[in-house]
Write a protein that binds this ligand. Structure first.
Ligand code: GLC
Ligand code: CA
Length: 566
């Protein structure tokens, strides 16, 4: 039996973020303490024990700062204040103290690419004349055309439509245009202005002093724009962005002058210097960069600590593709001294319990969502595969991100009526793209307790739960062998027991064929059977498996994973 080479060496657990399992809380949908239908910080504090019990190391909160909520809090009007719908700054202090007592670190979401149009900086910029210092916080430009009636360039908003909106001067005449890569209520900040960087130094310090463990950095790939804001060249005939992973780095930087510009690395290093004034804190970048060697540039030693692995998240459910992305991730990140991250679901995509039940050719683009009139996904198959994909992921070395509700096997609420939906993408595309609301529906805690299944005591819910959420309620799974919740707990427990987050990893090719993948990490053999046939298992103690009542004498069925102690 020949051994495959080691591709990740065992390393000490000193830097917590390298191995952490980080649970994403989408605050408006986790738990609601005051019954208004919107989750809040006090609700999270009440439920923290259940997360400690799950076995996570840290929580990343999607934004809970003051915001008009035009993009569910990713439009911030005050970076130092908790929005009243989520509670108060004191509520966060209480939460931080309780989390600390449970050994859970708290990561908050920082949004440096844009503010809300209700932020004091933008209001001041709008009130100030052209060419003023106030306007240099953002990208205000004159339009093209005879009377400035055309936008300054051809950039498109990620949510659809042009990335520019024209202002109106105090005298009622049309004025300059401002840039917004997202909704018109989310003007982009100008990171070439040192005053902007100074403001953020202080915002970071404010939260670091409060005791947060670090930041998830929103749209980290967009902060710095190419000098002169030239036209982009990567649009299809509908002005939709095309993938650029086939282009070389410099070509890609030219084609998309607002993503991944070289100047961003100075801004990152500055962030890092501020963070390093404090012990033991970390950054995770939302940097949608592809391919992996390009993304790895963002996690060099003096830059971010880690970056989300979106190529892994969107990888096909197929052994060869998965094997390649896992190897590439470990190797490319290691080249710059970083650990890999893994993620299968978040608040922008389609929950993986549903996504993996959709044929590849029917899978919507990230952010587009499943339309209620689309063909129904195969939810039973999706759940089976989601459990397997998660069990395979949680044995990998590096850090894993979980999205609230996936530990219940929660499906996407894809049939959610359009009338409830709030994602700005819908309005900006005239309903063509249905958006992300259906992965953001409040969690079911106690089956049938209220119309919202224990999300609160009133049954109110900012997005209504679909009928089937009842059956996924946490209380129906707690302590029930074979439930998805107990599976997650067991995976996290064994992962820790065998230090797999920092383990010695190699592919176990002698257990693989074209329909299976296998690896060994710190003496634990993990086998994934993609099917269709069952596979025989080697001798050893079954530590955990997605397959009910599996013993080493049995065969591993299709779409199942097992962890065996060698
Ligand atoms: C990120 C967030 C997404 C948000 C966007 C604009 O991609 O994850 O939810 O809409 O940034 O802030
Ligand atoms: Ca509430």
């Amino acid at each position: 039996m020949t051994n495959s080479p080691i591709i990740a060496a065992a390393r000490p657990d000193a830097e917590w973020w390298r191995t952490a399992v980080i649970y994403q809380i989408y605050p408006r949908s986790f738990a609601d303490s005051n019954g208004d239908g919107i989750g809040d910080l006090a609700g999270v504090t009440q439920k923290l024990d259940s997360l400690a019990n799950l076995g996570i190391d840290a929580i990343w909160f999607s934004p809970f700062f003051e915001s008009p909520q035009k993009d569910a809090g990713y439009d911030i009007s005050d970076y130092r204040k908790i929005d009243p719908i989520f509670g108060t700054n004191e509520d966060l202090d209480v939460l931080l103290a309780k989390a600390k007592s449970l050994g859970i670190r708290i990561i908050v979401d920082i949004v440096p690419n844009h503010t809300s149009d209700q932020h004091a900086w933008f209001k001041a910029a709008m009130a100030a004349p052209e060419g003023s210092a106030e306007r240099t916080y953002y990208h205000f430009l004159d339009g093209k055309g005879e009377n400035g009636e055309l936008p300054p360039n051809n950039w498109q908003s990620i949510f659809g439509g042009p990335a520019w909106t024209r202002t109106t001067n105090p005298d009622g005449a049309p004025g300059q245009w401002y840039l917004h890569l997202f909704d018109a209520t989310q003007p982009d900040l100008n990171w070439d202005n040192p005053a902007v960087a100074e403001e953020f130094d202080e915002i970071l310090r404010f939260w670091l002093r409060k005791g947060v463990a670090g930041f998830r950095v929103d749209v980290a790939h967009g902060m710095v724009k190419r000098a002169g804001l030239p036209d982009a060249t990567n649009y299809d005939h509908n002005m939709r962005e095309l993938p650029i992973s086939n282009l070389g780095r410099e070509e890609a930087e030219k084609a998309v002058p607002y993503w991944g510009q070289p100047g961003v690395h100075d801004a990152i290093r500055r962030f890092r210097r501020v963070l390093d004034e404090f012990d033991d804190r970390a950054f995770c970048a939302e940097a949608s960069m592809s391919p992996l060697p390009r993304l790895a540039m963002w996690v060099r030693p003096d830059e971010y600590h880690q970056a989300f692995n979106f190529d892994y998240m969107t990888c096909d459910y197929e052994p060869a593709a998965l094997k390649k992305i896992i190897s590439d991730s470990i190797i490319e990140y290691a080249k710059v001294g970083a650990s890999s991250t893994w993620v299968l679901s978040n608040h922008d995509g389609i929950r993986h319990a549903t996504r993996l039940g959709i044929a590849k050719e029917n899978t919507p683009r990230p952010g587009d969502g499943i339309h209620p009139s689309d063909p129904a996904p195969d939810e039973a198959l999706g759940l089976l595969r989601a459990r397997a994909a998660t069990a395979f992921m949680l044995g990998l070395p590096g850090s894993s991100y979980l999205y609230q509700g996936e530990e219940l096997g929660l499906p996407e609420a894809w049939q959610l009526d359009v009338k409830y939906r709030q994602d700005p993408t819908i309005a900006r595309t005239n309903g063509e793209r249905i958006g992300r609301d259906s992965c953001r529906v409040p969690l079911p805690w106690v089956a049938g307790e209220t119309a919202s299944n224990g999300f609160n005591t009133t049954g109110e819910s900012w997005l209504p739960q679909p009928e089937n959420y009842r059956t996924f309620s946490r209380n129906l799974q707690e302590g029930v062998p074979g439930s998805t919740l107990e599976l997650y707990k067991r995976l996290l427990k064994e992962r820790k027991a065998f230090s797999m987050g920092s383990g010695e990893f190699r592919w176990a090719e002698h257990f693989e064929d074209k329909n299976t993948l296998a690896y060994v990490n710190n003496g634990v053999l993990v086998i994934f059977n993609f099917g269709p046939d069952a596979v025989a298992l080697p001798a050893g103690e079954v530590l955990v498996t997605t397959q009910h009542d599996l013993t080493a004498e049995n065969e591993l069925q299709h779409d199942q994973v097992v962890w065996i102690k060698l």
